[in-house]
Design a protein around this ligand. Structure first.
Ligand SMILES: [Zn+2]
Ligand SMILES: [Zn+2]
Length: 511
């Protein structure tokens, strides 16, 4: 094969491009004469390069953008996006004042195209538009192995985007001041002739095609992080945790069960951030998984409720069902269509546990529930007080033969506790009686006094009062300020492509 190497003698000396050396091995187009294309592996047809250079030179002279095109067969293990950013910053593509640099990098073995844009181009070429140019004009040709066409179509689309056919032709802008004057002139014209705004056709690159699902990261043009996704993920996390808390309350092993929602959340967020899970799929999962979970949980509650309950076991079943649904009422609003029927059934189920008539356990005759006034005759005075302060509710059932059954329903929401003196649930929540107030120097203490609403017994518990926060420490804590440091210019060269720095914008597509 030595005769082949002899055809291209200058190639024999060039080392293979690897992840370690690509920054120094890929030639900067500027070093190849007045050119914008770096094609060290000779991927492009020899006739394509001069044509591209002519178009890119004209684009550069217009002041709109300095676009460098790079094609390599391989970068070794290097990530194309990382390489694009590194090459952009190494070559300082674009003008320093307007930051109008743009790098198009094709890595053949990884089947990847990356655009890297300077700050000055991010308004005209937001990430989503870069992505659409790749998707609509480059990938099909790249898949077919026609890299000449892929690059030419991509370059043409970028130039169309930067110089809309409908607008007035832009003069060559030598300086930033010219550029600013031109912008003001265009603005003035647009304001004087508002109809020209309406006549300008919309750029199809601004709208998504049906079925086009760009990675979530490109949805917001300036932010690197998909803010909406993170917001939804945060809400989903709160929802998962609330569901976990309310459905595992009082169960053994609930700590391990908490790993389930957290794991689900990671499985959602990680592929979304990597761009492998579309926003639609993400939303469906963030909303659908909790619904699926609730479906299973409520289905279990429904089956549990179907078993026969003896009259004397009704208060226990009632309390269990209430506890199993505590804190979950909001799901009726979150999933109104799916859960409306369930919650209607649940309320009927609870009511039946209180009111459904049953046969007397002693004589088998039907029993009747006494009204709230009639039942008082059969309640102890302490029980009447419990009913009055809503700590316990009593139902008295009576049959025709005079057998009576007393059913006790404690109120889980009541703050009253059992009185140690009379043993009724009539001890009110205590009030703090301060004996020594806390200061910024020392903690204080007081008596927490709880009084029984029935027997007037008083319970006193000594309670410490924490030291007050020192105002001086608080001020010091909040005065810590953060400083913002801008980046300084890194090059003093006066070439047209010598000061650009990438804002991290751009997009990548695989073919
Ligand atoms: Zn009876
Ligand atoms: Zn008492």
């Amino acid at each position: 094969m030595s005769w082949l190497a002899g055809c291209q003698p200058q190639e024999a000396a060039r080392p293979t491009i690897t992840a370690a050396n690509y920054l120094t091995t890929i030639p900067d187009p500027k070093t190849l004469g007045e050119t914008y294309v770096s094609d060290p592996d000779h991927v492009l047809d020899p006739s394509t390069v001069p044509a591209l250079n002519a178009r890119l030179d004209s684009l550069d002279r217009s002041g709109r953008a300095h676009l460098d095109v790079v094609l390599v067969r391989s970068l070794g293990e290097a990530v194309p996006k990382t390489a694009a950013t590194a090459l952009f910053n190494e070559w300082k593509i674009g003008r320093r004042d307007t930051n109008n640099g743009l790098l198009m990098l094709l890595v053949l073995d990884q089947r990847r195209v990356e655009f890297e844009t300077g700050y000055g181009l991010e308004a005209d070429l937001p990430d989503i538009v870069c992505y659409r140019i790749q998707q609509r004009y480059m990938l099909e040709a790249a898949r077919a192995g026609d890299y000449d066409r892929a690059v030419q179509q991509g370059v043409a689309a970028i130039i169309r985007r930067l110089r809309p056919a409908a607008g007035p032709t832009r003069p060559a802008l030598a300086t930033a001041a010219d550029s600013e004057r031109y912008r003001l002139d265009s603005l003035r014209q647009a304001l004087l002739a508002p109809s020209s705004l309406e006549e300008a056709p919309a750029d199809p690159l601004d709208t998504a095609l049906p079925g086009e699902a760009p990675p979530a990261a490109y949805a917001s043009p300036e932010a690197g992080l998909p803010l909406g996704t993170l917001l939804v993920a945060g809400l989903a996390l709160v929802l998962y945790l609330v569901l976990w808390y309310c459905t595992t309350r009082g169960r053994r092993g609930r700590g391990w069960l908490a790993l389930l929602p957290l794991g689900l959340l990671l499985a959602l967020v990680v592929p979304t951030l990597q761009g492998t899970l579309g926003t639609g799929a993400f939303m469906a999962l963030a909303y659908g998984l909790p619904l699926l979970y609730l479906h299973g949980y409520f289905g279990w509650q429904y089956r549990r409720a179907q078993r026969q309950v003896a009259p004397t076991e009704r208060p226990v079943a009632y309390g269990q069902s209430q506890a199993a649904h505590r804190g979950l009422a909001f799901t009726a609003y979150l999933f109104p269509v799916v859960l409306a029927l369930y919650w209607r059934w649940y309320r009927r189920h609870l009511a039946a546990l209180r009111d459904a008539p049953f046969a007397c356990p002693t004589c088998g005759q039907p029993m009747q529930k006494l009204g709230s006034e009639a039942e008082k005759a059969y309640l102890a005075p302490g029980q009447v007080v419990e009913e009055r302060i809503h700590s316990v509710d009593y139902d008295v059932w009576e049959c025709a033969a005079g057998h009576r059954l007393l059913l006790t329903y404690p109120n889980p929401d009541s703050e009253a506790t059992e009185c140690p003196a009379c043993h009724h649930r009539t001890l009110g929540p205590g009030r703090l009686r301060v004996v020594q107030a806390a200061t910024t120097k020392a903690a204080g203490w007081g008596w927490r006094v709880a009084k029984c609403r029935f027997c007037q017994h008083e319970e006193q518990v000594r309670e410490p009062i924490p030291r007050l926060p020192d105002p001086a420490t608080r001020a010091a804590g909040s005065s810590a300020s953060s400083s913002w440091s801008g980046s300084s210019g890194s090059s003093s060269s006066s070439s047209t492509s010598s000061g650009g720095s990438s804002g991290g914008g751009g997009a990548g597509s695989s073919w």
